[in-house]
Write a protein that binds this ligand. Structure first.
Ligand code: B16
Ligand code: MG
Length: 215
């Protein structure tokens, strides 16, 4: 029996825009600009690593204490956006797909780098649907390490080779491949060409496509 593991940001909801606004504010506060293009580097990356990349872009060096303070500040601003989220922010086709999987009695889990994942799922009303949730609080190694997906497979009681991972970030696709799972990429095919399957957006993640994966 196959099982699905979904990434959160970029697959279920587009929280990247809120991460961007919060990181951009922080960069401006530190005296440099941060573009949307540069923000691509933060997708799928942990919060701590995101700050390192940001400081590197701005060529800013800070004490560990100051970094902790900024991480908290960024997350507080990000949470202001998250707290305003609702079901309308679920990406196209996702609700239909989760309903289809439920109907087929195919299990699905969340495998996200975000420590805010449970709150976000609750905000958009999908928390109760997942058989298992593995997020940034449960892992010691970030994607591309396969830890997050392997824990999810274990929780689903499914062999890694029977798991299908839906991801929008290169590090996530690499993590799925290392775990021996089937990888489905959402987004830029050139960037995500290491995936077993490439889809332009979540609308292409439709029931016809999924049916072919589960037979
Ligand atoms: P948080 P995903 C990732 O979510 C985001 O893509 C990434 O931009 C973010 O830095 C990371 O979560 C950590 O998020 O600050 O909420 O713990 O794509 O793995 O679902
Ligand atoms: Mg993602």
């Amino acid at each position: 029996m196959k099982a699905f593991i979904f990434d959160l940001d970029g697959v279920i909801v587009d929280t990247a825009k809120y991460h961007y606004l919060a990181w951009k504010n922080l960069a401006n506060e530190l005296g440099f600009d941060f573009t949307e293009e540069q923000n691509e580097q933060l997708k799928g990356v942990s919060r701590v690593r995101s700050l390192e990349i940001l400081l590197n872009i701005g060529k800013v060096e800070l004490s560990e204490e100051k970094k902790e303070e900024l991480l908290l500040e960024k997350n507080n601003e990000y949470l202001e956006y998250v707290n305003k989220m609702n079901t309308e922010e679920i990406l196209p086709g996702i609700v239909e797909l989760l309903d289809f999987l439920e109907y087929q009695k195919i299990q699905f889990a969340l495998g996200s780098a975000s420590k805010n994942a449970p709150l976000i799922l609750k905000k958009v009303g999908l928390y109760h649907k997942f058989s298992a949730i593995v997020d940034g609080n449960d892992v010691s190694k970030a994607k591309p390490d396969p830890e997050v997906f392997l824990i999810a497979a274990k929780k689903l009681n499914t062999d890694p080779q029977d798991c299908i991972v839906i991801e929008d970030a290169l590090a996530g696709i690499q993590a799925a491949n290392i775990a021996g799972m089937t990888s489905v990429a959402i987004g830029d095919k050139k960037l995500l060409h290491e995936a077993n399957y490439n889809l332009a957006d979540t609308e292409e993640l439709n029931i016809d496509f999924v049916k072919n994966l589960i037979i």
